[in-house]
Design a protein around this ligand. Structure first.
Ligand code: G6P
Length: 504
């Protein structure tokens, strides 16, 4: 019997909502990184004695659980070698490129897989330890796909959800993975598996049928119960399959993620942020058109394709730097992974060439910014930009597209959006493009530049309505509702998120 505190609602993700920052000089400190997920889950966390389990973003540091802004934080340590093999290796050099349609070649290394299993077990152990009886545990993203099954084995009393923030690839691609069966088994430990798009859920169901031979009916997957399964007695949703055996049902469907749209709207309405937007335009020389790209510097984002299209329009003389300027914010990401280093070199070479060829003393073709910025500055940039370029080659959702729309309180601005981003399922009034089709992309850019104000407003109003209605609170509520229903079915617990926490 220990006296460690346990929780009724647990979020598990690779990164915590706070980062440990260790500066070259001076004291280390915790920095809040208020992503959309935190904003969405904060109210649920506070209302239900919740805890967040994840990595603090630095190697070899161990911390006791602590409280940050009313949320209990439970750090999981990663060693330098875990970061190399589990994070940079298997997560970001195997799964990331594989799940994004092999835009870059995935590497398959057995020692990376071993580290992935080991680290997933560590996250699962931490979650098992922190969970009260019957707690709801929500596991996030591709770094932790083995956790649901590990956790189910350790704690069959828990209600387990998993959400995949990135795409799930078609079987023809997924089947390359030497550990394809283990990953499917890992995910099927969850009661509810969420994906961004209907297509992702379909790809997953197909992989389940091909690799496991289980029956799927729409979003329902029937997982046979093993006779010697330690948790067989407490399984939820136990029914008899067409073939007569006992099965547990897993719900695998789309829950498209969103943003805290009201917060963006509120920020964009502030006079000081609108003033900053005017200042940005002025600083850029008050061009007729400002185009904007905002991305993590990642090869999935199609930054090279958009630069190519922009450069060709300048070369063809169809636009001029006197009238049109491109601002590209590329925030640093995964810089120790070789493919990302190469990408940075390629992008910076291209930007340098285009600027060298077309900029004048008074007008720069591309303002390239290799930094992250505070949210206020991003909203000012969104307000300043006439055309937003989202040209991803593959993207689970792309929240930048939604942030741009939510920020345009003036019902103006044109969104150019890749059909390969999940957001294109919802944001149909954007100018939808295929980023591989450079001529099509150039035409869309020209169309956006010359689009009449009435059409811009008409499109933006429809887009805004969509984003403001389907916000991140709705997303988390829909997922947690599905999870709660799964807990109710033939299980004595009431709402798993409404309990007081207990000592254990
Ligand atoms: C994507 C992934 C997240 C990840 C983020 C930043 O959005 O879906 O899981 O946290 O990129 O990447 P990083 O490797 O810095 O955590």
């Amino acid at each position: 019997m220990t006296t460690e505190r346990t929780y009724d609602f647990i979020v598990v993700s690779n990164r915590l909502p706070v980062d440990r920052v260790v500066p070259a000089t001076g004291e280390a400190f915790w920095q809040h990184s208020p992503g959309g997920l935190v904003t969405a889950l904060e109210p649920v966390m506070r209302a239900s004695a919740g805890a967040w389990i994840g990595w603090a973003g630095q190697p070899d540091l161990e911390f006791e659980p602590f409280e940050s802004d009313g949320i209990k934080i439970v750090p999981v340590p990663l060693s330098t070698s875990d970061i190399e093999n589990y994070y940079e290796g298997f997560s970001n050099d195997t799964l990331w490129p594989l799940y994004h349609d092999v835009i870059a070649p995935p590497k398959y290394r057995r020692e990376w897989w071993d580290a992935y299993v080991e680290v997933n077990q560590r996250f699962s152990d931490a979650a098992a330890k922190a969970s009260a009886h019957g707690a709801a545990v929500w596991v996030h993203d591709y770094q932790l796909q083995l956790v649901p099954q590990m956790l189910r084995e350790a704690r069959p009393d828990l209600v387990i959800g998993f959400f995949n923030h990135i795409p799930f690839p078609p079987y023809g691609i997924y089947s390359q993975l030497p550990w394809r069966r283990q990953i499917i088994e890992g995910l099927l430990g969850a009661d509810v598996i969420g994906f961004q798009r209907l297509a992702d859920a379909g790809n997953f169901a197909r992989a389940v049928r091909r690799l496991k031979g289980y029956d799927t009916r729409g979003p329902i997957i029937e997982v046979p119960i093993e006779v010697d399964d330690p948790g067989a007695g407490s399984h939820r949703h136990v029914t008899r399959s067409r073939h007569g055996g006992l099965v547990r049902t897993v719900l695998a469907m789309q829950f498209p993620i969103s943003i805290d749209a009201r917060m963006y709207e509120e920020m964009a309405s502030r006079p000081e942020i609108q003033e900053r937007a005017r200042q940005i335009r002025k600083d850029l020389g008050n061009p007729k058109t400002i185009m904007l790209g905002v991305d993590r510097l990642d090869y999935t984002k199609g930054i090279g394709h958009r630069l190519e299209a922009f450069g060709e329009l300048l070369a063809d003389g169809r636009i001029s730097v006197d009238d049109v300027t491109l601002v590209q914010v590329a925030s640093p990401s995964r810089e120790r992974v070789e493919t990302y280093r190469q990408l940075r070199d390629e992008i910076e070479l291209t930007v340098g060439r285009i600027n060298g060829d077309y900029s004048s003393i008074s007008h720069t073709a591309i303002s390239y910014l290799h930094h992250g910025y505070p949210r206020e500055e991003m909203v000012a940039l969104y307000l300043a930009a006439d055309v937003m370029l989202v040209t991803a080659l593959r993207d689970g959702m792309n929240l930048v597209a939604k942030e741009y729309v939510a920020s345009r309180v003036d019902d103006d601005g044109v969104l150019i959006l890749s059909e390969f981003a999940g957001a294109s399922d919802e944001l149909r009034q954007a100018l939808l493009i295929n980023p591989h089709d450079i001529e099509g992309l150039k035409d869309a850019m020209l169309r956006a530049i010359s689009m009449p104000k009435r059409e811009r407003s008409r499109r933006m109003r429809v887009l805004r309505k969509r984003v403001l209605t389907n916000d991140v609170a709705r997303w988390s509520a829909a997922f947690l509702d599905a999870l709660t229903r799964s807990a109710h079915a033939d299980h004595p617990l009431q709402h798993p998120l409404g309990h007081e926490s207990r000592e254990r």
